[in-house]
Design a protein around this ligand. Sequence first.
Ligand SMILES: [Zn+2]
Length: 135
Amino acid sequence: MSSKPPRRKGRRLPMEYIGMAVMIAGSLLFIFWIESARRGYFLYNPTTKPSLTEGWVPYGYAASMLPGVVMMRRGRSMGKRQVVANNARLCLGCRYPLNDLSETGNCPECGDPYVLRLLREGWRRTYPEIKLPRG
Ligand SMILES: [Zn+2]
């Protein structure tokens, strides 16, 4: 059998992962609030008019997802721009530019083995909508 490198994706920017984590944390807070309300554990007495801060609690949780969404989107667009600018010749493991290197080898930054023609495939798996120039 040939020792083809495994099919893998390119690594996203840290900002994309942090954005995902912030978004998930915000969603969990929101679900927690909905669930506690459903079970009757209201954060305020529902028979009285909630104070401004109490009434805004669920909106605050919902809004806490927004920075995550914004970070994810910004990180993704930065990540795509970097891949396109380097014609997908970035290490899939650490995004180190491999422009002046041979067809196959190991990334000088992280030591990951690479095959230049497989890098495009890997980056398309991470960002399916990117348009790469030919060659
Ligand atoms: Zn690398």
